[in-house]
Every structure is written in structure tokens, then in C-alpha cells.
Design a binder for this molecule. Structure first.
Ligand SMILES: NC(=O)c1ccc[n+]([C@@H]2O[C@H](COP(=O)([O-])OP(=O)(O)OC[C@H]3O[C@@H](n4cnc5c(N)ncnc54)[C@H](OP(=O)(O)O)[C@@H]3O)[C@@H](O)[C@H]2O)c1
Length: 313
């Protein structure tokens, strides 16, 4: 990409898409194309075709998706599968049709088999069924990633895909029902601190190990891959570091300044014991993350405090 290239970010109002827009602007890319969900429903092929015919993007970051928590995914697997298939198919095929120079499709770690060997290597993709609760979403994402590979194989277009670790940061959802683990902990400890609640109860025993990637680092990796990677296989993007949920909980309480106690409800499920990406491929490409977890949680908490509308939900 050069700084005048026409760059389209699909899903620019989302957490990841908005971080990509911020990163592109920071790096001096001045020709950014965006369009809201309301203006363009990416499930509609005819509308997507018209959009590409009019806007003629040269580079595309595909960060639009129907995204949801375990509850939403398990209640509506057909919707999560269909919407994400449509979004991926339309973006990828119209990008091919209109001669996009390079296309990056964002996948998800849930594409890996439910009982995948850890750390998860790119070669393990499609060697087993994903977690049952988000199977529809995961399979649609896997199909999008494969379609990029097939377009490259059949037509020689420079279409690539990546698999980022769990992201967190500004723009995250702090919704009581939907929030992922870090924003959920931030909200709970903030409310406990403000309301003087002496103890916070967390689910499970705190032993599962997880990996987290600050969203601005994820965005930085997207631009890096766009400029430095060409290949059929998707690329894992992570920190290569893991933390137990117990240590993450204590770290979040410390950042928020919550001084009460934390207890564990061991009658609640733990989830998978370990989910860590193998990042040797990204390391060989020369990319690494910048933001350590404590700093990232502090920045996410600032975002929570400065966005009362999101904090109220
Ligand atoms: N968050 C993570 O931890 C994470 C980790 C790895 C990979 N990713 C990948 O990053 C991508 C975005 O995730 P995110 O966390 O940024 O999700 P998000 O905050 O929910 O953003 C999704 C974006 O897609 C848009 N969108 C959804 N359906 C659409 C449709 N039919 N037509 C047009 N736009 C539509 C949304 O617009 P509206 O809000 O207006 O509907 C929003 O801008 C996903 O592909 C996901 O697989 C995310």
C-alpha cells in the first residue's frame, strides 16, 4: 500500500475495524473508504457489487462480521453461519471482480478444533470440529479464509487471511450480557469499587490459561501483513504469552484500584484449560506486539470511563 492508495475497511465502526482506521490514519494513509452497516448491508450481493463498482478500493481489510457471545451464538447458529458466509462471500468475490490489489480477511481462533493441541499451529486448522457453541460462526470464518486461499490458487489474486487472538481495548463492548472477559472484569471491579462492595465472585477456579491481544496491536499487525505477507495459509496473530484467569482477575482489580476480596465459584464451568496461538510464523515475518497486558487494561479502563453510554449498557 502507498499512502495515497484507496483503502476500504469493512466493519469500521466495530472494535477491530475502528482500530484499523486509527492505525492507518496514524501511519499517514489518507485515502480511507468506509461505509456503515446502515448504508450498506454486506449480506446483500447486489449492493456490495454496486459499492465496489463506485468506490473501486485497491486494498480491503475485512473486519465486518456478525459477532456475539456464547449465548447469542448457541441460540442462533444458522444466523451466525449464514450472515458471516454472505459477508465473506460478497466481500471476497466482489473484491476479486473489481481487481482489488490485496485483501485481508480476519478469521478467529474459534476456527481451530475444540480439542486442538496447544499452542495452536496454523496446520491444525480443519483437522477437527470447532467448539459446539459457536460452530456456525467458526465454520463461516473458516470458509472465508479458505475462499481467499482458493482465489489466490485459481486466479493469482493477493488475498490473505489472519487469525488474531482474543482482542480487547478501546471500542470493546462492556455490555452486561455480551462482554468478553476483560471488559466484563473491568466493569465488575469498577462497579464494586464505586459501590463499596467488599467481595467479587468470579466463575470457575481461575485456572484456565488465555492469551489476549491489545486491539491497536492487532490493527498494526493487519497493516503489517498487508505490506509484508503473501501466502495461502492464514497467519496467527498473538502475543505468544498466556495468563491464568485468576492472575488476569487480580491484575484487573489492581489496575481499577479495587481493594476488596475476590472469591471463586467452583460450581461454575471453567471452559477449555488452555487456548494459545503458536506465533512462530508471525515472528518469522518480523511482527511483534507492543502493548503489555497491564498497560492495555489501563487504556481499556480509560475508554470505559470516558464512554458513559457504553458503560451504562
Ligand atoms: N474481537 C475479537 O476478540 C476478535 C479477535 C479475533 C478476530 N476478530 C475478528 O475481527 C472482526 C471484527 O470483530 P469486532 O470485535 O470488531 O466485532 P464488532 O465490534 O462487533 O464489529 C463488527 C463490525 O461489522 C459490522 N457488521 C456486522 N454485520 C454487518 C453487515 N451485515 N453489513 C455491514 N456491516 C456489518 C458491524 O456494524 P454494526 O455494529 O453497525 O452492526 C461492525 O462495524 C471479526 O471478523 C472477528 O472475527 C475479532
Amino acid at each position: 500500500m502507498d499512502k495515497k492508495s484507496r483503502v476500504y475497511i469493512a466493519g469500521h465502526t466495530g472494535m477491530v475495524g475502528s482500530a484499523i482506521v486509527r492505525a492507518l490514519k496514524r501511519q499517514g494513509y489518507g485515502n480511507i473508504i468506509t461505509c456503515t452497516h446502515k448504508e450498506l448491508d454486506l449480506r446483500c450481493q447486489a449492493d456490495v457489487q454496486r459499492f465496489f463498482a463506485t468506490e473501486r478500493p485497491e486494498y480491503v481489510f475485512a473486519a465486518a462480521a456478525r459477532v456475539g457471545g456464547i449465548k447469542a451464538n448457541s441460540e442462533a447458529p444458522a444466523d451466525f453461519f449464514y450472515d458471516n458466509m454472505q459477508i465473506a462471500d460478497n466481500l471476497i468475490m466482489e473484491a476479486h471482480q473489481y481487481g482489488v490489489k490485496k485483501f485481508l480477511f480476519l478469521g478467529s481462533t474459534c476456527m481451530y478444533p475444540r480439542d486442538c493441541a496447544q499452542p495452536m499451529k496454523e496446520q491444525a486448522l480443519l483437522t477437527g470440529l470447532p467448539e459446539y457453541t459457536n460452530e456456525g460462526y467458526a465454520l463461516a470464518k473458516a470458509c472465508g479464509s479458505r475462499l481467499c486461499a482458493y482465489i489466490r490458487r485459481q486466479y493469482g489474486d493477493d488475498f490473505i487471511s489472519s487469525i488474531p487472538a482474543n482482542a480487547y481495548g478501546p471500542g470493546d463492548s462492556f455490555d452486561k450480557e455480551q462482554a468478553h472477559v476483560i471488559p466484563a472484569l473491568i466493569r465488575r471491579f469498577h462497579e464494586a469499587k464505586v459501590q463499596g462492595i467488599p467481595n467479587v465472585v468470579c466463575w470457575g477456579d481461575g485456572s484456565p490459561l488465555r492469551e489476549f491481544l491489545y486491539v491497536d496491536d492487532l490493527a498494526d499487525s493487519c497493516i503489517y501483513l498487508m505490506n509484508h505477507y503473501s501466502g495461502e495459509a492464514p497467519v496467527n496473530i498473538g502475543t505468544g504469552k498466556e495468563i491464568s484467569i485468576r492472575d488476569l482477575t487480580e491484575l484487573t482489580a489492581k489496575v481499577i484500584g479495587y481493594t476488596g476480596t475476590i472469591s471463586w465459584d467452583t460450581t461454575r464451568p471453567n471452559g477449555a484449560p488452555r487456548r494459545l496461538l503458536d506465533i512462530s510464523k508471525t515472528a518469522a515475518l518480523g511482527w511483534t506486539y507492543k502493548t503489555e497486558l497491564e498497560e492495555g487494561i489501563r487504556l481499556t479502563y480509560e475508554d470505559f470511563l470516558h464512554n458513559p453510554v457504553r458503560a451504562e449498557r
